[in-house]
Design a protein around this ligand. Structure first.
Ligand SMILES: Nc1nc2c(ncn2[C@@H]2O[C@H](COP(=O)(O)OP(=O)(O)OP(=O)(O)O)[C@@H](O)[C@H]2O)c(=O)[nH]1
Ligand SMILES: [Mg+2]
Length: 338
């Protein structure tokens, strides 16, 4: 090729390249439209009453029911319509806590796991998990610890990079107290430290929409993941009781049953030594309710052990090919995600 030919051929080449590039863009756009626009799925977890639904409503414009009384409000997995955060479309998924007033922990695990399994079956990955904790709580009690353990067991070590522990109601507590509580929660082995070491972040939330957007934005920078329980139940066909979350729950139920047994032994001794009729009657009533609670714990363990994995879709149609979804949820033509 002579030196004089170069200037005449380069514009032609550039023209061809840019035409090809435009053609590719158009094709990509058509394919993108045909598939529906991608959305990022973010789960919101935490004990009942920590403000999960309030958080979701504040940033998505949804109208999830907010609890006003002492009872748990969100009993099922509910999701928002897709909404915009920066350049991305997001769906937030509200979940019941593992201390629901009406549902057993086994029921809660089942409803969350069924939803997660369905996503995994569709090859839809999770963009992030938000775990809400009230900074106003002056104790990390058994309920909060149980919820956090279940969250950890469901997500697994690798998904912790996609998790943010949100300290809710931040502005309800004085500066010094909240800073001290945050440090203790973050640095204690029995609280959030293992999750933080695995990559989870701990962020305050002052109840404003802008603070919620900042939290979501942090999660949108991560690469979507599958949660441990999704892999265990869908890919590895484990029964619920064999999963880390199932075992954590069985462990909790076993401990509670043991506590009831110990309490019953103590009560029996008290009953034997008591001669006061009124006191004996009261002790009998306590014993009956303890026995009933103990039976319920034992029954829950048996039921959990007998549970199979999540129920697949009713039809036996094969899962969609991986190239269709590539790890992010896509709305179908009606604009919905699973
Ligand atoms: N002060 C204050 N109150 C809040 C905040 N978030 C939630 N609440 C209140 O806490 C209560 C429970 O809020 P919800 O959003 O229903 O909590 P939830 O975690 O969805 O509860 P469940 O659905 O029962 O699991 C409601 O009375 C809310 O008004 C907050 O950031 N600040
Ligand atoms: Mg709720």
């Amino acid at each position: 090729m002579s030196a004089t030919q170069v200037p005449t051929q380069q514009p032609k080449l550039r023209f061809l390249q840019s035409t090809l590039q435009n053609f590719r863009l158009v094709i990509n756009h058509v394919v993108w439209l045909a598939k529906g626009s991608p959305v990022s799925i973010i789960l919101v977890m935490g004990p009942t009453g920590t403000g999960k639904s309030t958080f979701i409503n504040s940033v998505s414009g949804s109208k999830m029911r907010i609890g006003t009384g002492l009872q748990s409000e969100t009993a099922a997995v509910e999701r928002t319509e897709p909404f915009q955060v920066g350049s991305q479309r997001v769906v937030l998924v509200d979940t019941p806590g593992f201390d629901d007033t009406m549902k057993s922990d086994r029921d809660v695990l089942t409803v969350i796991n069924d939803y997660l399994a369905r996503l995994h079956w569709e090859h839809i990955k999770i963009q992030g998990i938000i775990y809400l904790h009230r900074i106003t709580d002056n104790r990390m009690g058994g309920t909060a610890l149980r919820n956090f353990k279940m969250f950890q067991a469901m997500c697994g070590h690798d998904a912790m990079r996609n998790a943010i522990i949100v300290l809710n109601m931040w502005d309800q507590v004085g500066k010094e107290v909240r800073e001290a509580r945050m440090a203790e929660l973050r640095d204690s082995d029995i609280f959030f430290k293992p999750a933080v070491e695995a990559g989870a972040r701990v962020l305050p939330h002052d109840s404003t929409p802008s603070s919620a957007v900042a939290i979501l934005t942090c999660l949108l920078e991560r690469k979507p993941v599958s949660l441990q329980i999704q892999v265990e139940t869908v890919d590895d066909h484990m029964a619920i009781a064999q999963t880390a979350a199932g075992m954590a729950l069985l462990g909790h139920l076993g401990t509670m049953e043991n506590k009831h047994v110990q309490e019953l032994i103590r009560l029996r001794k008290e009953l034997e030594s008591s001669e006061d009729e009124k006191e004996r009657k009261e002790l009998q009533e306590i014993r009956m309710s303890l026995e009933q609670a103990g039976r319920k714990m034992a029954d829950e363990q048996v039921r959990l052990q007998g549970m199979k994995g999540p129920v697949r879709r009713q039809t036996d149609e094969p899962a969609p090919p991986r190239w269709r979804l590539r790890g992010i949820a896509r709305m179908d033509r009606r604009g919905t995600v699973p």
